[in-house]
Design a protein around this ligand. Structure first.
Ligand SMILES: NC(=O)c1ccc[n+]([C@@H]2O[C@H](COP(=O)([O-])OP(=O)(O)OC[C@H]3O[C@@H](n4cnc5c(N)ncnc54)[C@H](O)[C@@H]3O)[C@@H](O)[C@H]2O)c1
Length: 256
């Protein structure tokens, strides 16, 4: 028995990092997965890995900032699997810089992908959940919604917005029996963090050693650490959880 047997899950940004690990784990636990990503090659690779492990998935090309794409993702999923039980709004991008260092184009891009992307994807998918009076929506926030980190003004604004949206969406959707929660990871070693290290440190290896020293548990998180948290929130084991952040950050938020 898998923990997501019989469920259909849409995962955005499923071509890499946390989205990919969550897609693989969800399929292993019995879910049929609609894998959405703006990067076709990466998305198709995740789908092949799921198929090779005996799971069921398909790729839907989707830029979450484009409402035609998000509507097509929802329609393709329902055409194929006849329902949507779980929406993991995971796609996101980083923005490095203080106010002075952040240009308007970066601010707009970060807010478009990280915030508007969740709005558009949910707008496209939620009607299918409302129709069946069941569903789980999981929004990718970050521990940066609670902790001040230097030189991340656009990214922090976007993830604070995701956290606030999650609370509002939970209030709106409870009457439709749809739970809405947020995942708040700390520093998770994915290509996202490798890019950050390249952009922020002259010596990325030394940068990695420095951010690892900051971790209470002496290591960065893994994509699988986060995937297991998402699995819990997506499963019926979390039936009484809505409007809440789940923090997986190795102690960053709760300790000093
Ligand atoms: N890695 C971390 O330390 C960390 C910490 C907290 C939160 N997060 C959040 O977790 C999420 C996933 O991060 P990750 O570390 O796995 O990153 P990643 O860069 O490894 O993967 C992100 C995926 O999203 C896709 N994507 C980007 N823009 C998109 C768009 N417009 N439409 C559809 N897909 C798009 C990319 O192609 C990529 O496959 C992001 O929202 C990120 O902000 C990451």
């Amino acid at each position: 028995m898998g923990r997501l047997d019989g469920k259909v899950a849409i995962i955005t940004g499923g071509g890499s990092g946390i989205g990919r690990a969550t897609a693989l784990l969800s399929a292993r636990e019995g879910a049929r997965v609609a894998l959405a990503d703006v990067d076709r090659g990466a998305g198709e690779q995740t789908v092949s890995a799921i198929a090779a492990a005996g799971g069921e998935a398909f790729f839907s090309p989707c830029d979450v900032t484009n409402s035609a794409d998000t509507r097509q993702l929802a329609r393709a999923t329902v055409d194929r699997y006849h329902a949507v039980d779980i929406l993991f709004n995971n796609a996101g991008i980083a923005g490095v810089g203080s106010v002075e260092e952040t240009d308007e184009a970066l601010w707009d891009r970060v807010m478009a992908v990280n915030v508007k992307g969740i709005f558009l994807t949910t707008k496209a998918v939620a009607p299918y959940m409302i129709e069946r009076r069941r569903g789980v929506i999981i929004n990718m926030a970050s521990s940066i919604a609670f902790v001040g980190l230097a030189r991340r003004v656009s990214y922090a604004a976007s993830k604070g917005a995701v956290m606030a949206m999650t609370l509002s969406m939970a209030a709106d959707y409870a009457r439709h029996n749809i739970r809405v929660n947020a995942i708040c990871p700390g520093t998770i070693h994915t290509p996202f963090v490798d890019r950050y290290l390249r952009e922020s440190y002259a010596d990325p290896e030394a940068g990695l050693a420095e951010i690892t020293r900051r971790q209470l548990l002496g290591r960065l998180g893994t994509a699988e650490d986060v995937a297991h948290a998402v699995l819990y929130v997506a499963s019926d084991e979390a039936a009484f959880m809505t409007g809440a952040p789940l923090i997986i950050d190795g102690g960053l938020t709760g300790t000093k």
